[in-house]
Design a protein around this ligand. Structure first.
Ligand code: CIZ
Ligand code: SF4
Length: 350
């Protein structure tokens, strides 16, 4: 039963004490999130975990790339654990190292890639892609620092290759005043990304053809409908939403930004939020004195975030008590070193 499950998780946590820290991402379901010692977005969590040296185990209730970042940024004696290995990210899977290397090689036939292009990967990507960025003078960005990172990149080289999320890249570029015609879409399945040499030469940002299957479900019409219903409402969307949706929003931001905006608003404020359902529902319960709505009429959730359930959490904890580390996330040393270069470059920018 749920009560039994709850009692066993509480007991296992107590038995492990400070040796294990449980991290909970904003998109985790409530039944898991409630056991987290630390909560936040992926980067904040990785940073906080590295400040807990007494924790030998970092149990990441989130998705695979997040546990990889925790492994890379944590101390050598700390082990990152993902309670269910099936918790991946479909967006991260849209760009892999061979395809990005192939893109880089093709672009290099037209322009001196190493001198003209800065590769930037969204944190939602595999560790080897972060390593690629580390190796080629590029860096990583998150949804909270993408604008700072792009600004830095244009100070370094004239163009940016941005992967995997086309929407974060386009929305951030547009907010910086870069024209839509200066941002081109690279389709990895087509020769030369499906672009002409002239398009590539004129481009400021080359966007990888990736997206989030959850955030792509939000539509501009949803915003119009809410504005008709609630004329004074503030619409906040995650920048993984499409350009057309983001253009209609009042504000764009990461999960951390969305949470703090809503928390800071006075009682009676009305919000419509375009990001994963679990975060929106949590804010709703936390602040009944505010009116908070989910942007879409259908309930879109991240199915891989949802893989982490109390059963898997308990299983991980009880195995640790028995001396068994299941599902450790260990990024190979060479890859981790290059990925760390990219991540530390980002941490120095913002
Ligand atoms: O980096 C994160 O945690 C993600 C995936 C979203 C966000 O905006 O915080
Ligand atoms: Fe990936 Fe989208 Fe799920 Fe975030 S919400 S983990 S970007 S699939």
């Amino acid at each position: 039963t749920d009560a039994e499950l709850d009692a066993r998780i509480v007991a296992a946590k107590a038995a492990l004490g400070n040796r294990c820290v449980i991290l909970g991402h904003h998109y985790q379901r409530e039944e898991v999130y409630r056991y987290a010692d630390l909560t936040g977005d992926s980067l904040k969590l990785a940073r906080l975990a590295s400040q807990r040296p007494e924790a030998d185990y970092i149990l990441f209730c989130g998705v695979h790339f997040m546990a990889e970042v925790a492994d890379i940024l944590s101390a050598p004696h700390q082990t990152a654990i993902l309670p269910d290995m099936a918790a991946g990210c479909s967006m991260a899977d849209m760009a892999d190292l061979p395809a990005v290397e192939d893109c880089w090689r093709q672009l290099n036939t037209l322009l001196d890639a190493e001198a003209t292009l800065t590769p930037i990967t969204y944190v939602n990507s595999a560790a080897d892609l972060k390593g690629f960025c580390g190796e080629h003078g590029g860096t990583v960005c998150t949804s909270s620092n993408a604008a700072h990172v792009l600004k830095w990149a244009f100070g370094e080289r004239e163009k940016v290759l941005f992967f995997p999320d086309q929407h974060l890249g386009r929305n951030t570029g547009a907010a910086m005043g870069i024209g839509l015609e200066e941002m081109v879409l690279w389709r990895p399945t087509e020769p030369m990304g499906g672009l002409t040499p002239a398009q590539i030469k004129a481009a400021k940002i080359i966007l990888w053809d990736g997206f989030c299957s959850v955030h792509q479900l939000f539509q501009p019409a949803h915003i119009e409908q809410w504005r008709q219903r609630l004329p004074g409402v503030q619409v906040i969307c995650h920048p993984e939403c499409s350009f057309e949706v983001c253009q209609k929003a009042d504000a764009l931001g990461s999960t951390e930004l969305i949470q703090s905006r809503v928390r800071e608003a006075p009682a009676g404020s009305q919000f419509v939020i375009g990001t994963e359902l679990n975060l929106v529902n949590r804010l709703k319960h936390e602040m009944p004195e505010k009116e908070i709505h989910f942007l879409s009429p259908t309930l879109c959730m991240c199915s891989t975030m949802f893989r982490i359930d109390p059963q898997h959490l308990l299983w991980s904890l009880e195995n640790l008590i028995a001396g068994e580390v299941v599902n450790p996330i260990v990024v190979p040393a060479q890859q981790a070193a290059m990925a760390k270069v990219a991540l530390e470059r980002m941490l120095a920018i913002v």
